[in-house]
Design a protein around this ligand. Structure first.
Ligand code: UP5
Ligand code: MG
Length: 226
């Protein structure tokens, strides 16, 4: 109860910050009043591997909070007065990766705004800059439980994203050129992060080429084992 009212006071006092930096003070004040370290599952895999689809099922069945780094960046991109809009758009269209200071502060803000303690962090960390920035700022504040790695071929992933684009996703990166670039980034920058966590014993690899229901039955087994 105290936590809830303290959060409310903070939100009210520091009303409507327009950038991640302005939110830092609010986030820090709130985070010091959380009871225990938040549990984190990182969710990684290629563009279109089905990360978001499976996260929705996990939320439904296990009550996690889903934080898609891509969705948070897309929301920040269109937030009125955001100083990062153009920079984010440039990275998304080119399939390159937004500097960690922006992404990490959006994730931390979203975690602090939630009253829950179990988070799915989808599509992050994607490169060395993300990993070191996260470890520096958040490493000690959270309890990393697992990395779910959705493994799927480039052909299948590309087909899915193009179909989503054709169906009117409105995403500026659901086109062949952006997808080629997204996969180059994925292979060169994200796969080494997955291998890093694999060596540390955190990775649960899941075959993401099957139907969403079949994929989820494997996801469910992993979640139940935690
Ligand atoms: N679909 C899903 N599962 C299916 C299945 N099993 N069988 C058949 N179809 C399936 O699914 C994609 C499509 O496939 C959907 O139409 C779905 O119905 C269907 P989805 O669940 O959305 O897949 P997901 O893996 O989430 O694909 P997404 O396109 O979101 O992955 P990306 O990792 O490419 O996108 P994200 O939004 O995370 O990032 C976008 C960009 O943001 C990045 O390229 C980067 O520029 C930037 N970014 C950063 O800079 N930093 C970050 O930390 C995060 C993002
Ligand atoms: Mg997604």
């Amino acid at each position: 109860m105290f936590i809830r009212s303290f959060v409310t006071v903070c939100k009210f006092t520091f009303s409507a910050p327009t950038s991640p930096c302005q939110y830092k003070l609010t986030a820090r004040l709130i985070s010091t009043h959380k009871m225990s370290k938040p549990n984190i599952l990182f969710v990684l895999g290629g563009p279109g591997a089905g990360k978001g689809t499976q996260c929705a099922k996990i939320v439904e069945n296990f009550g996690y909070v889903h934080l898609s780094a891509g969705d948070l960046l897309r929301a920040e991109r269109k937030a009125p007065g955001s100083q990062f809009g153009e920079l984010i758009e440039h990275h998304i269209t080119n399939g390159t990766i937004v500097p960690v200071e922006i992404t990490c502060s959006l994730l931390e803000r979203a975690m602090n705004e939630s009253e829950k303690n179990d988070f799915l962090i989808d599509g992050f960390p994607r490169n060395e800059d993300n990993l070191s920035g996260w470890n520096r700022v958040m490493g000690e504040k959270v309890n990393l439980k697992k990395v779910l790695f959705f493994h799927c071929s480039q052909e299948v992933c590309t087909e899915r994203c193009l179909a989503r684009g054709a169906a009117g996703s409105g995403r500026t990166d659901d086109n062949e050129e952006s997808l080629r670039k997204r996969f180059i980034t994925y292979e060169n920058a994200t796969m080494p992060i997955i291998r890093y966590y694999e060596e540390k014993g955190f990775v649960a690899q899941i075959d993401a080429t099957k139907t969403p229901e079949e994929v989820y039955s494997n996801v469910e087994a992993v979640l139940k084992s935690l």
